[in-house]
Design a protein around this ligand. Structure first.
Ligand code: FAD
Length: 622
């Protein structure tokens, strides 16, 4: 590397946000530098080695559809795959994979090392170079200066990180890693709103000390799912079993006995924790009537005995952790390999960001990942990809791009953060999307890959696979529409055997597929359909046929709302001038400064009536 080289984009941090950011920027042909504390921890999973799950797999598929690394790495590192909600509708179906931590990391590192236009360098960043209010580079702890058109910060839980175990605490970015204090201090001098959040992790357990025979087994799915649109089952490593056990009344008594030494209950921790991933002490405290909570006992990898007991994240003192763990069925003789802990860290109010994830107060500086108040690898990866993409576009002198809420969960995520901010770690759920029938994990490629190709994010292999799928869908739809089943033929008799009332007139196969009793497979069998397409094409045919009515209705709704969505609100708009708006609404709008009417409408407390008043005012005066 030529140290005097000016880069297009510099990314700080090689976690989930940083790696996707660096890869996206480099894929777009922009010279990119990824600076991170330690090359060995590129793509490290700080907590549970699992990717996906409800709402989250949707983000992984979107990252994948835009050429990102997370889905591919999961296919190479996943040691157990399951489709959650498999019996429910396609909108809420979600793939989840338990990963081998080392294989996952190796896959991410391999992708980074082989990415053209990307330079990796191991160094902590201590300072930003700011010229005329613009971020134009960084300074590392060795005093090296690197200059760039745009900088993406993805420091995760490291800024001012403090680790708590009981009433003991020490500084750290996560267990075993130094925090980023110099950079945290520097950022606190800049005009960003900073606050504290916290998250936690359970103690890890040596599998050799565990009695699995008293636990419930949980195997992955068969047939095995894949995470990436390019994924192949053959890429998966060996698959393993997970187990289920439970806490009990005795465990809860032990946990309660530690409350007076809990950093959370004694006020030592100020930061708010993730509501949907609470610590075990939080659960025991909040639900005093429950005397059992489920624990998923998940392997950390193929070449280690370490286990991740999912459900007992804790920052209680170590002696309490040990007693509590040993009161659990199967863990009576458990050896804890690493204590559980909580970590408090700085995050920035995401309302100070633009939809591109560029900071409003400092052009050229982008924020992505945990520092924006989110939790989770998938949420971080999604933001990273978007920030990397927009930093690269800034460097290329092009306008920013962000998917709309009706195009992608990435759009929902960013819009939620910017519009509403967050006071607790934000996690994605399918319920956060108003158009979830359109935003399915099975169609992220159909929603985004073409755009990704146009943006320069999608390579030839993915583009070819995508076109093959799209062409396959078009020709299969055509075939189904033009293949007729006429009453009193052998085909009709075979179909009649599958449905309640016999067919009275002719139907094409697409119409028949709309019936809930008929699947593609049994229909194809009944009419002896030759040359069946790929399973991904069949899945799309079934969803499009069975949910056509709902999908069309959502598409109509989106069309109507799009007008409001794109009506711009001038940055300097004086909300005090609009008659009829309550003081509360005026105050919120003046504070948040939404960019469009649609965004204004999603601010809590801004009513549809207030939006109508704004619309009328805008029509009259602009
Ligand atoms: P990280 O993955 O933290 O990556 C940050 C990267 O930046 C690291 O590589 C770091 O070395 C580097 N870095 C930081 N500062 C600098 C600097 N100044 N210079 C150079 N490099 C720097 N998520 C959940 O969904 N559920 C959970 O229960 C959960 N529990 C967690 C428990 C713990 C203890 C921790 C630490 C995290 C937990 N998470 C959990 C969060 C999950 O790990 C993060 O959401 C995710 O890793 C965020 O990705 P990121 O890229 O933003 O940051």
């Amino acid at each position: 590397m030529d140290f005097s080289q000016r880069f297009g984009v510099i990314v700080i941090g090689g976690g989930h946000a940083g790696t996707e950011a660096a890869l996206a920027s480099a894929r777009m042909g922009v010279s990119t530098l990824l600076l991170t504390h330690n090359i060995e921890t590129l793509g490290q999973m700080s907590c549970n080695p699992a990717i996906g799950g409800i709402g989250k797999s949707h983000l992984v598929r979107e990252i994948d559809a835009l050429g990102g690394a997370m889905g591919r790495a999961t296919d190479k590192g996943g040691i157990q795959f399951r489709v959650l909600n498999a019996r429910k509708g396609p909108a809420v179906r979600a793939t989840r994979a338990q990963a081998d931590r080392e294989l996952y990391k190796a896959a991410i590192r391999g992708t980074l090392e082989n990415q053209p236009n990307l330079t990796l360098f191991q160094q902590a960043v201590d300072d930003l170079v700011v010229e005329n209010g613009r971020c134009v580079g960084v300074v590392t702890n060795m005093g090296l200066r690197f200059m760039a058109d745009a900088v993406v910060l993805t420091a995760g839980t490291f800024l001012g990180g403090v680790i708590h175990i009981g009433l003991d605490n020490h500084q750290g970015g996560r267990a075993g890693d130094q925090p980023s204090n110099a950079l945290a201090c520097r950022l606190r001098e800049l005009p960003f709103r900073v606050d504290r959040l916290k998250t936690g992790t359970p103690p890890r357990i040596d599998g050799k000390s565990v009695d699995f025979s008293v636990m419930e087994e949980q195997w992955g799915d068969n047939p095995l799912p894949v995470m990436s649109y390019l994924g192949k089952v053959e890429e998966h490593p060996q698959q393993v079993c997970c187990y289920i056990t439970h806490t009990n009344a005795q465990t809860h008594d032990i946990i309660r006995s530690g409350f007076d030494r809990s950093p959370m209950f004694t006020g030592v921790i100020d930061g708010v924790g993730p509501r949907y991933c609470p610590s075990i002490e939080d659960k025991v405290n909040r639900y005093p009537d429950k005397d059992s909570h489920q624990i998923f006992v998940e392997p950390e990898g193929l070449n280690t005995h370490e286990l991740y007991p999912n459900g007992i994240s804790t920052s209680l003192p170590f002696d309490v952790q040990l007693q509590a763990v040993r009161s659990i069925r199967g863990f009576e003789n458990a050896h804890i390999t690493r204590p559980g802990y909580a970590i408090e860290y700085d995050y920035f109010n995401p309302q100070d960001l633009k939809h591109s994830l560029e900071t409003q107060h400092m052009p050229g500086l982008f924020f992505a990942g945990q520092i924006n108040g989110t939790t989770g690898y998938e949420e971080a990866g999604a933001q990273g990809l978007l920030a990397g993409l927009n930093a690269a576009r800034l460097s290329q002198g092009k306008d920013a791009w962000t998917p709309r809420r009706d195009e992608a969960y990435i759009g929902v995520l960013v819009d939620d953060l910017i519009t509403m901010g967050t006071q607790e770690p934000y996690r994605m759920f399918t319920s956060r999307a108003e158009y979830r029938l359109l935003l399915r994990e099975d169609n992220a490629d159909l929603r985004l890959t073409e755009k990704g190709r146009e943006l320069g994010l999608v390579g030839d292999e993915r583009w070819a696979a995508f076109n093959a799928k799209r062409d396959g869908m078009a020709s299969e739809e055509q075939r189904l529409k033009t293949t007729w089943v006429r009453p009193k033929t052998p085909e009709a008799e075979a179909v009649n055997a599958l449905i309640e009332k016999p067919l009275t007139h002719e139907y094409n196969l697409l119409d028949l597929l709309k019936r809930p009793e008929l699947t593609y497979a049994n229909l194809a069998e009944a009419v002896a359909l030759a040359d069946r397409p790929d399973s991904a094409v069949i899945e799309q045919m079934e969803i499009l046929a069975k949910y056509a009515g709902y999908i069309d209705r959502q598409a109509d709704e989106i069309e109507k709302l799009r007008a409001a969505e794109t009506t711009a609100l001038p940055v300097e708009f004086d909300y005090g001038q609009v008659k009829g708006l309550s003081n509360e609404v005026k105050q919120k709008l003046s504070e948040i400064r939404p960019q469009t009417l649609g965004q204004a409408g999603r601010i809590p407390g801004v009513t549809p009536a207030a939006i109508s008043l704004l619309m009328i005012y805008l029509k009259k005066h602009h």
